[in-house]
Design a protein around this ligand. Structure first.
Ligand SMILES: *[C@@H]1O[C@H](CO)[C@@H](O)[C@H](O)[C@H]1NC(C)=O
Ligand SMILES: *[C@@H]1O[C@H](CO)[C@@H](O)[C@H](O)[C@H]1NC(C)=O
Ligand SMILES: *[C@@H]1O[C@H](CO)[C@@H](O)[C@H](O)[C@H]1NC(C)=O
Ligand SMILES: *[C@@H]1O[C@H](CO)[C@@H](O)[C@H](O)[C@H]1NC(C)=O
Length: 490
C-alpha cells in the first residue's frame, strides 16, 4: 500500500488492519500472478523423476554366468551362484556416482527369476546360491533403502523358459501374478520397466499391457511406469543414450503401440502438438553389452560425457546400465569410471560462471519487482522461479548475461525451462558478443550446448527465443567450462 509519511502511526495500523477491504485494484504491492500453464503438464512423480537426471540399471541374472546377452531359457538354475553377492556395494557405487534411483532386472528374457516366485520353480530357489534360500530382489531393495536410494524393477514380458508363453490367457495371468508379487512384497518401488520384446514362437500373442499398468497403479500410486508408450515415462527409441536434437516431453499416446519399430523416430523427438506429458528416458550401458562379460571394458569418460550432453542435455533422464559381475559385485573398472564421470560433472557444473553477473531482458512480466525478472535464471532453485517476458512484448524475446569488462571463457551453455508450466520453446538462438553460436530447437527441462574443446571468450551472451508455444519461461541459464570432453578420444 502507498502511504504518506506524515500519517501518524495509529492511522498506519488502522490502514493495515482494514487493508483487506480495500479494492484489489488499489493494492499497488500485490504480486503479479504466474502466467497460465500450457497443457499437458507433468505429474508430481514425473517431475521428481526428471530432476533425478541420471539413474542406474543393474542387468544381472543367468546371462552373467553364461557370457551371453539373451539367454535361451534352457539355462540350469544351478549356474546361478554369485558367491560374494553384495548389493550394498552396488549402491555404494551408485551413491558415489550421485544416483538416486536404480532398477534391477528381476527377470530377463530367459525367464529366470531373481526372487523365489511361487508361480515357477525357475528361480533362485533352485540355485546353489544360499542353498536356494536367497532372494536377490529382497537384498536389492533392502540395500537400496540402507543407502538412501530408490528402487525400481524390470520384469521381462518376453519369457523364453515358461511353458505358458504363447498361450495368451495363461501367460498374461502368470505375468500379472508375478507383477503382484513384486509390487506387494518389497515395499515402495519408484519405477517399473516394460518393453515390447516378443518371441517368434508367439507372433499372435498379445501382452495385456493396459491390465498390467492398471494393476501397477492400483498397488503403487507414486510409481512411474516406463514403456515405449508410457504411461509415465517413454523410451527414447534407441539404446545409444542419444535423444533427438529436438526433444519434446509431449506425444500423443493413443497413436503409439508398444514394441512397434516404426515409431522410434516419434519416440526420439516427441510431438510439439502432443496431448500427453510423456518424457523420454535414455537407456544405455556403460559397457558394450547389458550383462557383464569378462572381456568387456567400460566406455571412456569422453564417451560418457557425450552421452550426458545428448540425454540429460536434451531434456531426458539418462538410465545408465552398470552390470554386476559373476561374483555379484560391480567391477572395479566400472566403479572407477563412474567416479570419474561424477567428478567431471561436479567439476563442470557446480560453479555457474555467470553466477554473479548482471542479466538484462527484452521485457518482464508485471514490470520491475514483479518476481518474474531475468535475475531468476541465476537462482539455483530453478524450477519455480523464472524469467517471464511481458505478454504484450511483440518484439524479440531475449535475456542477456553481461560478463563484465574482462569477459569469460566457457564451452558449455545451459538453459532450463520452467516445465512445471508446460514445455514451450520451439526455437532459440544464442549470440556471444553479437555473433550467433547456437541455432537450436527445444529446451525443456534442460538443454546443454557444448561449444567445442576451446569454447568461446565473450563479454555478453544473449539467449533469444525465436519461437515458442505462448510465452517462453526460462528458469535457469548457466555458463561452464568442460575440460574433459575430447570427442576424438572416445
Ligand atoms: C497368426 O495369425 C496369422 C493371421 O491371423 C495366421 O495366419 C498365423 O497362422 C498365426 N500364427 C500362429 C503361430 O498362430
Ligand atoms: C505401428 O506404428 C505405425 C505408425 O504409427 C502404425 O501405422 C501401425 O499400425 C503400427 N503397428 C501395430 C502392429 O500397431
Ligand atoms: C497429436 O494430437 C494433436 C491434437 O489432436 C494433433 O493436432 C496432432 O497432429 C497429433 N500429432 C500427430 C503426429 O498426429
Ligand atoms: C581394468 O582396466 C585396465 C586398464 O584399462 C585393464 O588393463 C584391466 O585388464 C581391466 N580389468 C579388468 C578386470 O577388465
Amino acid at each position: 500500500m502507498v502511504v504518506n509519511i506524515c500519517i501518524p502511526l495509529f492511522c498506519l495500523l488502522f490502514i493495515h488492519i482494514f487493508s483487506h477491504i480495500i479494492p484489489t485494484n488499489s493494492l499497488k504491492n500485490s504480486a503479479t500472478p504466474p502466467p497460465l500453464p500450457i497443457l499437458p503438464l507433468p505429474s508430481y512423480s514425473q517431475l521428481k523423476w526428471q530432476q533425478r537426471e541420471i539413474i542406474m540399471f543393474f542387468h544381472f541374472g543367468v546371462n552373467t554366468f553364461t557370457d551371453s546377452e539373451w539367454g535361451t531359457g534352457k539355462e540350469s538354475p544351478s549356474i546361478f551362484n554369485p558367491t560374494r553377492l553384495n548389493p550394498d556395494q552396488w549402491f555404494r557405487v551408485a551413491a558415489e556416482a550421485g544416483i538416486s534411483l536404480a532398477i534391477l532386472t528381476a527377470k530377463h528374457h530367459d525367464g529366470f527369476c531373481l526372487w523365489p516366485s511361487k508361480y515357477t520353480d525357475h528361480s533362485v530357489a533352485k540355485s546353489p546360491w544360499k542353498d536356494g534360500h536367497g532372494d536377490v530382489v529382497q537384498e536389492f531393495v533392502s540395500a537400496a533403502k540402507r543407502n538412501g536410494i530408490d528402487a525400481g524393477l524390470y520384469l521381462s514380458p518376453w519369457d523364453r523358459h515358461d511353458k505358458r508363453y504363447g498361450n495368451e490367457k495363461k501367460y498374461n495371468e502368470y505375468y500379472l501374478a508375478q507383477l503382484q508379487e513384486l509390487l506387494t512384497r518389497y515395499g515402495g518401488i519408484r519405477e517399473i520397466w516394460f518393453d515390447g520384446a516378443k518371441g517368434s514362437n508367439a507372433p499372435n500373442m498379445s501382452y495385456y499391457f493396459w491390465d498390467w499398468f492398471a494393476m501397477v497403479k492400483e498397488l503403487q500410486s507414486s510409481i512411474n511406469i516406463f514403456s515405449d508408450a508410457g504411461p509415465d515415462v517413454r523410451w527414447v527409441g534407441n539404446e545409444k543414450g542419444f535423444a533427438g536434437n529436438t526433444c519434446w516431453s509431449t506425444v500423443n499416446r493413443t497413436s503409439m503401440s508398444i514394441g512397434n519399430a516404426s515409431i522410434v523416430e516419434y519416440l526420439n523427438t516427441g510431438d510439439p502438438k502432443g496431448t500427453d506429458w510423456l518424457p523420454p528416458e535414455c537407456d544405455v550401458s556403460i559397457r558394450p553389452g547389458w550383462f557383464w562379460h569378462k572381456s568387456e571394458e567400460p566406455k571412456k569418460l569422453s564417451e560418457l560425457l557425450q552421452i550426458y550432453y545428448n540425454s540429460v542435455g536434451r531434456n531426458c533422464v539418462l538410465l545408465l546400465n552398470v552390470p554386476p559381475n559373476s561374483n555379484g559385485l560391480i567391477s572395479e573398472n566400472d566403479s572407477k569410471r563412474l567416479t570419474e564421470f561424477r567428478n567431471a560433472i561436479n567439476t563442470i557444473f557446480t560453479h555457474n560462471l555467470a553466477e554473479n553477473c548482471l542479466v538484462k531482458a527484452s521485457s518482464q512480466r508485471g514490470g520491475k519487482g514483479s518476481g518474474f525478472g531475468p535475475e531468476n535464471v541465476l537462482d539455483p532453485d530453478h524450477l519455480w522461479t523464472y524469467w517471464a517476458p511481458n505478454e504484450d512484448d511483440k518484439k524479440d524475446k531475449w535475456i542477456e548475461i553481461r560478463l563484465g569488462n574482462q569477459g569469460l571463457r566457457f564451452n558449455v551453455i545451459m538453459i532450463q525451462e520452467a516445465i512445471g508450466l508446460g514445455q514451450r520453446i520451439q526455437r532459440h538462438e544464442i549470440y556471444v558478443d553479437g555473433k550467433r553460436v547456437v541455432s537450436g530447437t527445444t529446451v525443456g527441462y534442460k538443454r546443454l550446448h557444448w561449444l567445442g574443446v576451446e569454447g568461446v571468450y565473450a563479454k555478453r551472451v544473449k539467449i533469444k527465443v525465436v519461437k515458442s508455444r505462448d510465452l517462453p519461461l526460462i528458469s535457469s541459464a548457466g555458463l561452464y567450462f568442460d575440460p574433459y570432453l575430447h570427442p576424438n578420444e572416445s
